[in-house]
Design a binder for this molecule. Structure first.
Ligand SMILES: O=C(O)CCC(=O)C(=O)O
Ligand SMILES: [Fe+2]
Length: 315
C-alpha cells in the first residue's frame, strides 16, 4: 500500500527575473532558513532546452541494457557512470532507481565521455548543463547576499567549481516487492537545481517533522540547500532532508539533479563573517573529495554529521 503523504502547501516560489530586489533576497533568506528549499520560476531557460534534456534522458534509459552496460560502474570516483541503486530503508522497504552520473564542468573535459547514444545526447544535455550552470551562479550570488555576505563572496570559486549531474530514472513497472525511489538523504552540494518530470519529490516539513510532497510547478526548478551551504552559512541554513517516492499512478518518472559545489579539493568552511563568539564555528573544513571518499567508505553516518563541531547550543 502506498503511504499517504500530504502536499506541501505554500513552499516558497522565487521569481528569478526579480532576483536582486531586496524583497526577493529576503524571500530567499526565509526560504533557505525555514525550508532549505524553494521553487524558482521565470528563470529564462527555454522550455525547448528543458524538454530536450528530458527527452534524451528518457531515450537513454529506454536503450537495451547491453548498450548502457559499457557505462556500468559502482566506482563513485568515475566522472561518467550508469548504475542501478537498490537501497533498503525502514519506512519503504527496498527503493530502486537507475541513474546516470555525469561530471559537467568544465564541460569540454567531460562531454566526450558522456553517452553517445541517443546520438543527440551530448548536444541536448550540453546545452542544458550550460544553461543550468549560469542559473546556479546567479542564484549562488543571491544566496550569499541573503546571508548578508557580499554577492561576490566565493563567486570565482563557485564559477570554477564542480557540477555533477545525477539523472534518475524511476520506471513504472518493477517486481511487485520493489518500489522505485531514492531513500532519505541530504545533498553534499552547495545547491542542487532539480528538474522533475512529474511529482515524486518529498521533503521534511520542519514545523512538524513529517514528509510532505513537493508540487510540480510547470516550468519551475526546485532548489535544494545542500550540506556545503549549511557549512558556509555556519548552520544558519540547514541542508534539507529529501527523498523521491514517485506515485505508481504517474507512470515513469525522471529527475535531473545538478549538484553545484566548489572545486574537488577546495576546503569549504563557515564564512568568517558568520562566525563570532555567540555563534562559534560549527563545522570543520571539508572538500567535495572528502564527501566522495566518505561515500566510498560506505560509512552509514551522514557526511554532515562527520564534520559537525559539537557546540553547547545547536539551534
Ligand atoms: O528524483 C528526485 O526528485 C530527487 C533526486 C535526488 O534527490 C538526487 O538525485 O539527489
Ligand atoms: Fe538529492
Amino acid at each position: 500500500m502506498e503511504e499517504t503523504v500530504q502536499i506541501y502547501e505554500k513552499l516558497p516560489i522565487i521569481n528569478f527575473s526579480l532576483l536582486h530586489h531586496d524583497s526577493v533576497i529576503k524571500q530567499i533568506h526565509e526560504a533557505c532558513r525555514n525550508f532549505g528549499f524553494f521553487h524558482v520560476i521565470n528563470h529564462g531557460i527555454p522550455e525547448s532546452v528543458i524538454e530536450g534534456a528530458l527527452n534524451v534522458n528518457s531515450n537513454f534509459f529506454d536503450l537495451p541494457m547491453a548498450m548502457k552496460e559499457e557505462l556500468l560502474s559502482d566506482d563513485v570516483q568515475k566522472p561518467v557512470r550508469f548504475g542501478r541503486a537498490q537501497v533498503g530503508c525502514h519506512e519503504n522497504g527496498v527503493l530502486s532507481r537507475d541513474f546516470l552520473k555525469l561530471y559537467a564542468h568544465p564541460i569540454d573535459h567531460f562531454l566526450n565521455l558522456w553517452p553517445s547514444n541517443p546520438p543527440n545526447y551530448r548536444e541536448k544535455m550540453g546545452i542544458y548543463a550550460t544553461e543550468v550552470r549560469k542559473l546556479g551562479i546567479e542564484l549562488f550570488g543571491a544566496i550569499m547576499e541573503s546571508l548578508n555576505l557580499s554577492p561576490t563572496h566565493l563567486k570565482q570559486n563557485f564559477e570554477h567549481g564542480e557540477q555533477i549531474i545525477g539523472i534518475n530514472s524511476y520506471p513504472r513497472c518493477l517486481e511487485s516487492n520493489i518500489k522505485t525511489g531514492v531513500a532519505a538523504h541530504t545533498d553534499h552540494s552547495i545547491i542542487t537545481i532539480l528538474l522533475q518530470s512529474s511529482p515524486g519529490l518529498h521533503i521534511v516539513d520542519r514545523s512538524d517533522s513529517t514528509w510532505k510532497s513537493v508540487c510540480r510547478i510547470e516550468g519551475s526548478f526546485e532548489i535544494i540547500v545542500g550540506d556545503h551551504l549549511e557549512v558556509i552559512s555556519n548552520g544558519l541554513y540547514k541542508s534539507v532532508l529529501h527523498r523521491a517516492i514517485p506515485s505508481s499512478n504517474n507512470g515513469s518518472r525522471f529527475s535531473i539533479a545538478n549538484l553545484h559545489s566548489l572545486g574537488m579539493d577546495e576546503i569549504v568552511e563557515p564564512a568568517a563573517k558568520l562566525v563570532d563568539e555567540e555563534r562559534p564555528k560549527r563545522y570543520k573544513g571539508s572538500s567535495l573529495r572528502d564527501f566522495i571518499e566518505h561515500l566510498s567508505s560506505k560509512d552509514k553516518i551522514p557526511f554532515i554529521h562527520t564534520i559537525k563541531i559539537q557546540t553547547i547550543s545547536d539551534s
